[in-house]
Design a protein around this ligand. Structure first.
Ligand code: PMP
Length: 415
């Protein structure tokens, strides 16, 4: 597939695109909003909001079945969005992109359609100790059904994967490995190409959870070499309720459907049904049509700015924030990997993260406080929760300064 790069918009610095996000112009408690929670969900630029609205206003109809013009226009726009996602991930073929609700659904789809039929008692699934719950619980469910076992490669004190340990756990019983590309709780960027190569050497198929990686620099599925890759639209400045699973066509072709219903069949009789080819086989029912179209526009938007530029901008903010947070007495950063994306987790002596979050909110600083759907990571570092600041393309050093100033207020308050 030839990759068509959208025209690059390099006349503005990355952060100058802040003005594209209407919500960021709304004050919070009479202050400018410092939105530092993009790892949970990113804000939306006007072009994405408008694309969804225009779909509903101008050409909305159900897709694939209609013979009338509106349905054909909707279908074309939906399928064009699939092509854009394929280009974003450097997928060889747009038919390898399945639209799903998000990363969670993508992992569940692979767990039930690909992995479940290959598992028997005593077989193993390998993950790392820094997975999001959505890359733990689906595997526990298939393990419960089959008598297979979940094996975890632990995280080092710095919050990194230990490649030697990971390699050593790939044994004759390992049937699948599923690993996170960028940790949402620690910010660690994992050496996924090396991990996938290690799995391949042991004949183990792989999935990479790209929920935090795609927005912070992008991903190339051919360079990584994995069998499945997934991400969520809402973290990539796109709508919520839409995301994508990429899978090798040869694998998708032999997989059973994940759900049954309309849109995914070739024919149905009461005796038997025959299924459509991928990707339709995995898209039962009416999909999130406007959401997919909005995601396509979000993909155009980030590619026009340049995902590498976005990654570099967030990297600079991370460096600045790390230095400034280290100045604060009693503050401990959780996760000090050598390679990190724009996520910084920390705890402050004697103050619960939820109290910090509440005070920060009053100062117009939006951060996340909690376990970040990664309770095993919290257990590993012996904390119940952390405060997490995460960066998007629209963040600036002023946002970091607002966070640091507000943290000094927290310290004053708790004396
Ligand atoms: N994996 C990671 C690393 C994540 O950060 C998240 C979202 N916090 C998910 C999976 C789940 O994504 P979603 O809720 O969009 O399905």
């Amino acid at each position: 597939m030839s990759s068509v790069e959208p025209v690059k918009d390099t006349t503005r610095s990355v952060a100058e695109h802040r003005g594209d996000f209407p919500i960021l112009a709304r004050p919070m408690n009479d202050r400018p909003l410092a939105f530092l929670d993009s790892a949970a969900s990113a804000q939306k630029p006007e072009c994405v909001i408008e694309a969804e609205a225009r779909c509903y206003r101008e050409y909305y109809a159900n897709i694939h079945r209609g013979v009338y013009q509106l349905s054909q226009r909707s279908t074309d726009a939906y399928e064009r969005a699939r092509g854009k996602v394929a280009e974003l991930l450097n997928a060889p073929d747009a038919r390898e992109v399945v639209f799903v609700r998000g990363t969670t659904e993508a992992i569940n789809l692979v767990a039930w359609s690909f992995v479940r039929p290959r598992l028997g008692p005593g077989d193993e699934i390998l993950i790392t100790g820094m997975e999001h719950h959505s890359n733990i619980v689906p595997w526990q469910l298939v393990c419960e059904e089959t008598g297979a076992k979940l094996v975890v490669s632990p995280v080092t004190d710095d919050g990194e994967v230990d490649l030697e340990d990971f390699r050593a756990r790939l044994g004759p019983r390992t049937k699948f490995a599923s690993v996170v590309h960028v940790s949402n709780a620690l910010g660690t960027i994992n050496p996924v190409a090396e991990m996938v190569a290690a799995a391949q050497a042991a004949d183990v198929p792989t999935l990479v959870d790209g929920a935090q990686a795609v927005p912070h620099g992008g991903a190339d599925v051919q360079a990584i070499g994995c069998d499945f890759y997934c991400f969520s639209g809402h973290k990539l400045y796109g709508p919520s309720g839409i995301g994508a699973l990429w899978g090798r066509y040869e694998l998708l072709r032999h997989m059973r459907p994940y759900q049954g219903g309309g849109e995914m069949i070739r024919y149905v009789t009461f005796e038997k049904s025959a299924f459509a080819a991928p990707p339709q086989r995995f898209e039962a029912g009416t999909p999130n049509i406007a959401g997919a179209i909005g995601l396509g526009v979000a993909v155009d938007y980030v590619r026009a700015i340049g995902l590498e530029r976005i990654g570099a901008h967030e990297g600079e903010l991370l460096e600045y924030a790390t230095a400034r947070l280290r100045e604060i007495d009693g503050l401990r950063i959780i996760g000090n990997a050598r390679e990190k994306a724009g996520v910084i987790s920390f705890v402050l002596d004697g103050v619960h993260p939820h109290d910090i979050g509440t005070i920060l909110d009053q100062e117009g600083v939006a951060i996340r406080a909690g376990h970040h759907c990664a309770q095993p990571v919290m257990d590993r570092f012996g904390v119940p929760a952390t405060v997490r600041a995460s960066f998007g393309l629209y963040n600036t050093r002023e946002d970091v300064d607002a966070l640091v100033n507000a943290l000094y207020r927290v310290k004053e308050f708790f004396g």
